[in-house]
Design a protein around this ligand. Structure first.
Ligand code: HEM
Length: 208
């Protein structure tokens, strides 16, 4: 882990950042459900949290790469807070899960139509990864599983989630401009990560 970032001194750092994002997300979901206190409100929350999850996931996914390619105060903030951005993504997806349960309870028929066995299996695996990654995002729990298992879990989980987002947004590609935009964001985040890896490999070659 790169520890070269200076000690955080701004307001939106670490736990305050996570608490702020979690509060905003909870408020927005509550507002949507107040406006539409029925299954359509639950569906709005599902869509809203899928999108906030995507943004938070991408911010965490390419945090180190951004700071490496474009070092500056903003990208250093992003890298310094990448664990909290990851936990914010997990919070957003917890709300996605809550809204899914609400939708299923309010409109079992509509829920059955909107999902299938593949949704349950792929979504279930994705949630297991999210829980395991969030649980091992702390120094003690990370030390408990060891650096090798941590690295395997977080690498596999991250790419599994990236693919899950790509499928979930990709299959709705023709439904409106937000879906191609989401796919473009995912592709851009991956390209940034790969470019940073190439950058490191080239720097290593030059030094060697
Ligand atoms: C068992 C787990 C899951 C279930 C049952 C589920 C269920 C649903 C349902 C019913 C919708 C459609 C809502 C509507 O159009 O009214 C939806 C949308 C979506 N879900 Fe989930 N989901 C699960 C897990 C996930 C995971 C793990 C991801 C991403 C990593 C994800 C990403 C999305 C996306 C991107 C949308 C589309 C949102 C939009 O239209 O903007 N879901 N989900």
């Amino acid at each position: 882990m790169d520890t070269s970032d200076p000690t955080p001194n701004g307001f939106f750092e670490q736990w305050r950042l996570l608490a702020g994002i979690a509060a905003l997300l909870a408020l927005a979901c509550a507002a949507l459900l107040t406006l539409s206190p029925d299954a359509s409100g639950a569906r709005m929350v599902i869509r809203f949290t899928a999108r906030t999850s995507l943004v938070l996931f991408c911010l965490a996914f390419c945090a180190s790469a951004m700071a490496r390619l474009w070092p500056g105060p903003l990208t250093r903030w992003q890298r310094r807070n990448r664990r909290m951005l990851g936990l914010s993504f997990a919070t957003s997806h917890l709300l996605h899960a809550g809204a899914i349960v609400l939708f299923a309870a309010l409109d079992p028929g509509g829920f059955h139509q909107a999902t299938n066995l593949v949704t349950y299996i792929n979504g279930g695996i994705a949630y297991l990864f999210i829980i395991a990654m969030a649980a091992t995002s702390f120094r003690q729990s990370a030390a408990w599983i060891g650096p090798r298992a941590w690295s395997i879990l977080h690498t596999c989980g991250t790419y599994y989630l990236w693919i899950s987002f790509l499928i979930a947004f990709g299959k709705r590609f023709m439904l409106g401009p937000v879906y191609p935009l989401a796919v473009a964001l995912l592709v851009a985040a991956l390209a940034i990560r790969l470019a940073a890896q190439l950058h490191v490999a080239r720097a290593g070659q030059v030094q060697g």
